[in-house]
Design a protein around this ligand. Structure first.
Ligand code: FMN
Length: 181
């Protein structure tokens, strides 16, 4: 059994390699806790979009690059790719309700939180719920199964003077907080 990489980096898989069931994969990844963010953008009509996202990863320091993985079919993803900019709002531990709100599909989610849209920002800043925010410009996108990987160059970082600086975490299918800060 051999795996090979094509010149474009995609895997060519021969012989008997099979994928595990989605439930098994989800169960595995639930044991790998991560921080929680809300990825936001503003569409060309000025309408805010945003979704809860834990698949955020540091990619490179020079140039400063991160990635987020967003589900295909997400209106937030569509707005981000049209706009070419987005903001990654890193949530603090008291922002659990907002994380749930932005994962709920509720169309009026931005009516229920305090946010700002500054000139030069990649997307709306959730001023009550984030402890830090990265403004990003898309450098590339890669389609990967039912998600799209969005790479962003970080153009600005803001640290909010929030009462709670402890990051919100998600793992084992529940929220937690990093309480040692
Ligand atoms: C803690 C948590 C983390 C999540 N992480 C992701 C993620 O990394 N990528 C993703 O596509 N959806 C993720 N979701 C689900 C989306 O937030 C959810 O599908 C949301 O409704 C998408 O918003 P949309 O309607 O703008 O697409 C997560 C949900 C929760 C509760």
């Amino acid at each position: 059994m051999t795996d090979s990489l094509a010149e474009d980096g995609t895997a060519g898989c021969s012989a008997t390699m099979t994928a595990v069931a989605p439930a098994e994969f989800r169960s595995l990844m639930s044991t790998f806790p991560s921080g929680v963010s809300i990825v936001t953008t503003t569409d060309l009509d000025g309408r805010p979009w945003g979704m809860t996202c834990s698949s955020v990863c540091s990619v490179a320091v020079e140039p400063p690059t991160l990635l987020v993985c967003l589900r295909e079919g997400s209106p937030t993803l569509a707005a981000i790719t049209r706009r070419s900019t987005f903001a990654v709002n890193l949530l603090h531990s008291r922002a659990q309700a907002t994380a749930d709100l932005f994962a709920s599909g509720t169309p009026h989610r931005f009516d229920l939180v305090r946010w700002s849209a500054e000139a030069g920002a990649g997307g709306p800043h959730l001023v009550d719920d984030a402890h830090a925010i990265a403004d990003c410009r898309i450098s590339r996108t890669v389609s990967a199964g039912d998600h799209t990987v969005v790479f962003g160059n970080v153009t600005r970082v803001e640290h909010l003077v929030a009462a709670d600086r402890s990051p919100l975490l998600y793992g084992l299918r529940k929220y937690a907080s990093w309480s040692l800060l």
